[in-house]
Design a protein around this ligand. Structure first.
Ligand SMILES: NC(=O)c1ccc[n+]([C@@H]2O[C@H](COP(=O)([O-])OP(=O)(O)OC[C@H]3O[C@@H](n4cnc5c(N)ncnc54)[C@H](OP(=O)(O)O)[C@@H]3O)[C@@H](O)[C@H]2O)c1
Length: 338
C-alpha cells in the first residue's frame, strides 16, 4: 500500500466525520469510509474521535495513528496559544474532560483555574494535569457558586493566581457548572418561589456574576482575545416535561449570554450544547425524571449507547473555538455540522 500524505489525511478526517458529527453515527465499512474521504474536511486529529470502536476498523485506525505520528504536520494538533482560562464545574463529568483536553491544546505558559465545591477531586485533577502538562499551570479554587461568597472569591483568586496573564493571547471563561434541579416535580408542583430562586441562583445568576467579575478583572488589551463559553443544552430550546427548572435555567442563561454578545462586540460568546453525556447528571435524570416517557427516552439513550463521550464533545468544542468562525452569541449543538 502506498498512500500519499493527502490521502491518509482524508481517511483520518473521514473517520471523524462518520463517527462524531452525524446525528445517529453509523460507521460504514472501510470502502464506504474511503468513498467519503474527499468530502470530509481536514481535521486530522479526528481519528481519536472514533467512537464507539468497531473491531473491523482497528487496522485502519492503527495505520492512521501511525501515519499521524510519523508525519510532522499531522502529529501535533492545532493549539489555542497561551491561554488564561477559568473553568467552572471542573471537578468531574464534562468539566473534567474539558480540563484535560484544554491542557493538551494550551501552549506552555498557559494557566488554568478549576472551580467547584469538591476539593479532593479538584486537587487530584490539578496534580494529574500539572504532571502530564508541565508547561501549563493548573490550580484550583473551592467555591459553592450557588452562594454570593462563592462567586465573589473567584475573580480575586484568578487575579492572584494568573502570573503569566500579560503573555496570554486568550482569556477563556467557561461556564460549565450546573445542576439538574428537582425533576421529580411537574410545573404545577412548584408552589414555593424559594425552590426556583435557589435553583436560578446557581444556574443563572452565578453564571452572570462569575463571567462579569472575571471580564472586569481581566480587561481587554491589544493581542488578547476574550472568549466566554456557556455550556448549554438542547433544553435551552426544547421543553422537556418535568424539567421546568433545568429548561428555564438553560434558556435564561443562553439569552443572558446573547445580551453579553450584543453589548460587547469585542468579546466572543458561544453557547455550546454538548449532547447527552454519560455523567452523574444524566444518571440522576434517568433515575428521577417524573415524566415516564422522558425517563424511558433517557434510559434508551444509555442502553442503546447513544450517549456522547465527554472527550468527543470537548474535542468538537475546541475545534469550534479554534476555527473561530461562529457568530458571537450563537447556540451550537454537538450534532450541528459546523
Ligand atoms: N449530562 C448531560 O447529559 C448534559 C447534557 C447537556 C448539557 N449538560 C451541561 O453540561 C454541564 C456539565 O454537566 P455534567 O453532566 O458534567 O454534570 P455533573 O457531572 O453533575 O457535573 C457538574 C459539575 O458542576 C459542579 N457544580 C455543581 N454545583 C456546583 C456549585 N454549587 N458550585 C460549584 N460547582 C458546582 C460540580 O462540581 P462539585 O459537585 O464538585 O461542586 C461538577 O463539577 C452542565 O452545565 C450541564 O447542564 C449536560
Amino acid at each position: 500500500m502506498s498512500q500519499t500524505k493527502h490521502e491518509w489525511r482524508s481517511r483520518v478526517s473521514c473517520l471523524a466525520w462518520s463517527c462524531s458529527l452525524q446525528p445517529h453515527p453509523v460507521v460504514p465499512d472501510c470502502p464506504a469510509v474511503l468513498a467519503h474521504a474527499h468530502s470530509a474536511g481536514s481535521d486530522a486529529h479526528g481519528v481519536l474521535w472514533f467512537e464507539p470502536p468497531r473491531s473491523s476498523f482497528f487496522p485502519l485506525v492503527a495505520r492512521c495513528c501511525q501515519v499521524m505520528s510519523e508525519t510532522p504536520d499531522l502529529a501535533s494538533p492545532p493549539d489555542l496559544g497561551i491561554v488564561s482560562c477559568v473553568l467552572s464545574g471542573g471537578s468531574r463529568g464534562l468539566g473534567r474532560s474539558l480540563a484535560s483536553e484544554l491542557c493538551a491544546r494550551f501552549q506552555p505558559g498557559s494557566e488554568l483555574l478549576l472551580v467547584a465545591r469538591t476539593e479532593s477531586l479538584l486537587r487530584h485533577l490539578a496534580e494529574e494535569l500539572n504532571r502530564s502538562h508541565p508547561g501549563v499551570t493548573v490550580s484550583w479554587h473551592v467555591a459553592d457558586l450557588g452562594t454570593d461568597e462563592g462567586i465573589c472569591g473567584v475573580a480575586a483568586e484568578a487575579k492572584r493566581g494568573f502570573r503569566n496573564h500579560s503573555q496570554a493571547g486568550r482569556l477563556l471563561i467557561i461556564n460549565n457548572a450546573g445542576s439538574l434541579g428537582d425533576v421529580k416535580k411537574f410545573f404545577l408542583d412548584f408552589t414555593k418561589p424559594d425552590d426556583m430562586t435557589v435553583y436560578l441562583s446557581l444556574n443563572v445568576s452565578s453564571a452572570m456574576c462569575f463571567t462579569s467579575s472575571l471580564l472586569r478583572a481581566f480587561p481587554g488589551r491589544p493581542g488578547l482575545q476574550r472568549i466566554v463559553v456557556n455550556i448549554s443544552s438542547l433544553a435551552a430550546l426544547h421543553p422537556f416535561k418535568s424539567w421546568s427548572l433545568y429548561c428555564t435555567g438553560k434558556a435564561a442563561r443562553e439569552m443572558m449570554f446573547k445580551v453579553l454578545a450584543a453589548e460587547q462586540k469585542n468579546i466572543r460568546v458561544l453557547s455550546y450544547a454538548p449532547g447527552p453525556l454519560d455523567t452523574e447528571m444524566h444518571e440522576l435524570a434517568r433515575a428521577e425524571s417524573a415524566d415516564p416517557e422522558l425517563r424511558q427516552f433517557l434510559a434508551n439513550q444509555k442502553d442503546d449507547d447513544k450517549l456522547v463521550d465527554c472527550d468527543v464533545t470537548v474535542r468538537k468544542l475546541v475545534g469550534i473555538l479554534l476555527a473561530d468562525s461562529f457568530e458571537s452569541g450563537a447556540h451550537i449543538d454537538f450534532y450541528d455540522e459546523v
